[in-house]
Design a protein around this ligand. Structure first.
Ligand code: ZN
Length: 144
């Protein structure tokens, strides 16, 4: 597992020993794809001089999940009900477990829609995930 880096000097503005660990940080973003999102309770290292900084890994994941959820909500209005697929189908197409399939949707690797409060794949997102999966497999075959 990846470990969080302890920042001391600021790599952005070059100030020495200016990085401090901060809790209760808020992340705001707005985007045409998913509208506005706000994630609270984040932590990471930020610079006392220029206020630039880095969220830690768990905070980055929280942001990733929030973005995937917001995208899924936005897509729910576009994707037709007949195109919605089951998580089992996604897992089967990717030759993986349901747990991994859910994780892939939460991380935004596979697009999803919200159906009855649950993230679900849809026809096109499964096709795209399959293509990505096959491309990765090919790459592995070449590099090994
Ligand atoms: Zn700085």
């Amino acid at each position: 597992m990846a470990k969080d880096k302890v920042w001391v000097d600021c790599p952005v503005c070059g100030e020495e020993k200016s990085m401090e660990f901060r809790k209760n940080q808020v992340f705001n973003a707005s985007n045409e794809d998913f509208g506005k999102i706000k994630v609270e309770g984040l932590s990471g290292y930020f610079c006392k001089a220029c206020s630039d900084g880095f969220f830690d890994i768990s905070s980055k994941n929280k942001i990733k999940f929030a973005i995937s959820e917001a995208k899924a909500k936005a897509l729910s209005e576009i994707v037709k009900a007949v195109e919605v697929e089951t998580i089992a189908r996604l897992a089967k197409e990717l030759h993986t477990s349901k747990t991994y399939a859910i994780q892939a949707m939460r991380e935004g690797k596979v697009s999803s829609v919200f159906v009855a409060g649950e993230m679900r794949p849809f026809r096109k997102s499964i096709e795209e995930a399959k293509k990505m999966y096959l491309a990765k497999k090919k790459k592995k075959l070449i590099s090994h």
